[in-house]
Design a binder for this molecule. Structure first.
Ligand SMILES: *[C@@H]1O[C@H](CO)[C@@H](O)[C@H](O)[C@H]1NC(C)=O
Ligand SMILES: *[C@@H]1O[C@H](CO)[C@@H](O)[C@H](O)[C@H]1NC(C)=O
Ligand SMILES: *[C@@H]1O[C@H](CO)[C@@H](O)[C@H](O)[C@H]1NC(C)=O
Length: 476
């Protein structure tokens, strides 16, 4: 059977991919078909049928590090995070209002959402999360008592000791200490980030790593100014600028502050929040808004905010997209914030770009060294070919993903397979300038040493010039 026929049949039979090996935008018939971090979704306006699209955030702290100030990172934020499809009525009266999300709070957090916008109201003698009708929470617009949601947040912070969650409250609670009471009851005060540690004049925030080590991992902002003094809850507009929300914030090419916020380029506020959602959410078109339109708006708001990338990007139905969606938008923001690249993946300590330093040729051993018994060894493999010629004493050879540095001149390899008592693998930080480029420093490593151990060098070809090269098997 020729390939075209095979592909045709495979498409008809849906055999192109399945069981978790479908990649981004491959056709799929269920979530299980898609690889990890993806789910099966249809965005009728942008593609036919169902395809795998992203469902989780890239962890920028794991990928890069968490040693920068909090305001140097971006976080996915869910607008009206509590207004969830399928939330049963807790008032005994059927709800008559719209929803903004489809996943519950725990799922949102597990998928990497780190900012939650919640509307808090006095209702039924307690604090509730609610949509309002004429400024009031009613039994037919109420979602749930705030304590339920706060307990989910507490469970997440407790299970994930290096994560930080930000709550942005549209606050209508007037009961004295109403919020303090419910946060205390939910067990959240032990994570409280104190107002006194928040920067007032556009300075950087504390380092994420310090916030984590002090366990100050819950940031809460209220829209009621007086609560900063009365309850120690940060007044949002002292610390953050924010663009217009709803339909007014979705005009391509324009990004201006909402009424309560200072102008976006007020540099005395170190955090920037971009809203991008309709006044009344429409599921069917959200996948289009959450995709390229969103990234374009982030770019527009970057300009309006005095060349500052957003730290929070607030959306409805956060998983709806035509591919990378809101997750790609956050990857773009983190890339810009952390290393000036278009994607945070370009900033990573790139293990695929391992760097094998064979400088220690004098330590070559002709016999296989005895390895400590009872220990499993990890083997890393690297292949590189020599360039035709070189005039430098340090050769940097880039064969696809592997960057090898051979510090010997002229570039000549051992004629036979040889053990080196020490091969040095070094991950390098990618620096992007134009296209993706991964360079480690020549004679001095700028990368981070990740592994030093014994290694076997297996040459092929004549030993010099193109067509020659070597494999390095490193034993960790
Ligand atoms: C959230 O949704 C998941 C998946 O449906 C479910 O297993 C979990 O119990 C829900 N959690 C809460 C607190 O509702
Ligand atoms: C963390 O990453 C940033 C951004 O790439 C970098 O500037 C900084 O040096 C890194 N810090 C550590 C401790 O690796
Ligand atoms: C081998 O790799 C595994 C998985 O990455 C790691 O957990 C283990 O510690 C490594 N072993 C050695 C001896 O480096």
């Amino acid at each position: 059977m020729d390939l075209v026929k095979y592909l045709f049949l495979a498409t008809v039979l849906g055999l192109l991919c399945s069981n978790g090996d479908c990649k981004l935008l491959d056709e799929c018939s269920s979530d299980g078909d898609c690889g990890s971090g993806l789910y099966c979704f249809s965005c009728a306006e942008d593609f036919s049928g169902s395809r795998c699209v992203r469902s989780t955030v890239t962890d920028q702290f794991k990928l890069v590090n968490d040693s920068l100030p909090f305001n140097k990172y971006a976080f996915l934020t869910t607008h009206n995070a509590y207004a969830i499809d399928g939330e049963p009525s807790h008032t005994g009266v059927p709800r008559i209002t719209f929803t903004n999300q489809e996943d519950n709070i725990t799922q949102q957090l597990n998928n990497g959402v780190r900012g939650l916008m919640l509307d808090t109201y006095d209702f039924d003698g307690d604090v509730w999360l609610c949509h309002s009708f004429k400024g009031q929470c009613h039994d037919y617009t109420a979602f749930e008592p705030a304590i339920d949601t706060l307990r989910e947040i507490e469970a997440f912070l407790s299970a994930n000791p290096s994560e930080i969650v930000t709550l942005i409250l549209e606050d209508y609670v007037e009961a004295p200490n109403g919020l303090t009471k419910v946060f205390t009851e939910a067990g959240l005060m032990k994570y409280w980030f104190p107002v006194t540690s928040m920067p007032q004049n556009g300075q950087d925030w504390p380092l994420v790593s310090d916030m984590v080590s002090k366990n100050q991992r819950l940031l809460v902002f209220t829209s009621i100014k007086s609560k900063q003094d009365s309850e120690g809850i940060a007044y949002q507009w002292n610390y953050m600028v924010e663009n217009q929300y709803g339909d007014g914030g979705m005009n391509a090419g324009s990004c201006s502050n909402r009424a309560e916020s200072s102008v976006l380029n007020d540099m005395t506020k170190s955090l920037v929040l971009v809203n991008y959602f309709k006044s009344i959410p429409i599921k069917l078109t959200t996948c289009v808004q959450n995709s390229l339109d969103l990234i374009n708006m982030l770019q527009t708001c970057y300009g309006s905010a005095g060349n500052r990338w957003a730290n929070f990007v607030a959306v409805d139905y956060y998983k709806r997209s035509d591919g990378g969606g809101t997750f790609q938008a956050v990857d773009t923001l983190n890339g810009k914030l952390l290393c000036g690249c278009d994607d945070v993946h370009a900033c990573e300590i790139d293990f695929a770009g391992d760097f094998v330093d064979l400088a220690v040729a004098d330590q070559r051993q002709q016999v296989r060294p005895s390895l400590p018994a009872g220990r499993r060894h990890n083997i890393s493999r690297h292949r590189s070919t020599l360039p035709a010629s070189s005039s430098t004493s340090t050769l940097e050879m880039d064969s696809g993903d592997v960057v090898l540095v051979w510090r010997q001149f002229p570039p000549r390899l051992p004629a036979t397979s040889s053990w080196f008592s020490r091969v040095h693998l070094c991950a390098c930080l990618c620096v992007c300038s134009g296209g993706r480029e991964c360079r480690c420093g020549g004679n001095s490593h700028v990368g981070k040493e990740i592994e030093t151990g014994m290694g076997l060098v297996l040459p092929f070809g004549s030993g010099s010039g193109s067509g020659s090269g070597f494999w390095v098997l490193g034993l960790g």
